[in-house]
Design a protein around this ligand. Structure first.
Ligand SMILES: [Zn+2]
Ligand SMILES: [Zn+2]
Ligand SMILES: [Zn+2]
Length: 176
């Protein structure tokens, strides 16, 4: 049995692997990432190459899996109409509140389950990654550099300081 040896730096949770601990810290405490359905770039991003053993052909996966439910769709040919229909009818793709953001992967998974008829499996990680965005660090938000000190004033020039315009008269040239 593995011991839970990785400890969260922010709370008392312990994790059996480093990845899990980092994931927890990032999503719960640091909010480096957010998940939203709006972040998915398109229908294509909802599918990923199948990882199930039966679909592993010598030249690569013979099909793609749906990121919501794991259903497999053949690559020979890639029938996008069938895939889009599946996303629209089964998973209500794009029909949820697109402004909703989740800062915890497990909350996003709940959303996939309740709003998109999602089932959890190894395909869920792929969809999670497709819906994930980096968030700017909280302490950098609005952190604009302010220059210290007043700008130095240039010395005031007055018109009297200007050198007099030399005037040359013909008379000055005359000899007495
Ligand atoms: Zn924690
Ligand atoms: Zn959604
Ligand atoms: Zn599906």
């Amino acid at each position: 049995m593995m011991e839970k040896q990785y400890k969260c730096a922010y709370c008392h949770n312990r994790f059996k692997n480093k990845n899990e601990a980092e994931r927890h810290q990032n999503s719960l405490h640091l909010r480096r990432h957010s998940w939203s359905c709006a972040a998915i770039s398109g229908y294509e991003a909802a599918f990923h190459p199948s990882t199930s053993p039966p679909s592993q052909a010598p030249n690569g996966p013979s099909g793609d899996a749906c990121g919501y439910c794991g259903e497999e769709f053949s690559n020979f040919p890639r029938d996008w109409d069938a895939r889009i229909e599946h996303l629209t009818n089964v998973h209500k793709f794009g029909e949820c509140n697109q402004t909703k953001k989740f800062f915890r992967a497990d909350h996003f998974r709940q959303h996939l389950k309740h709003s998109h008829a999602g089932t959890s499996g190894k395909w869920t990680n792929m969809l999670e990654n497709a819906c994930m965005k980096d968030e700017p660090p909280a302490d950098a938000a609005g952190g604009t550099v302010v220059e210290a000190g007043e700008p130095s004033q240039p010395p005031v020039q007055t018109s009297t300081a200007l050198p007099p315009t030399p005037t040359v008269t013909e008379r000055s040239q005359q000899r007495s």
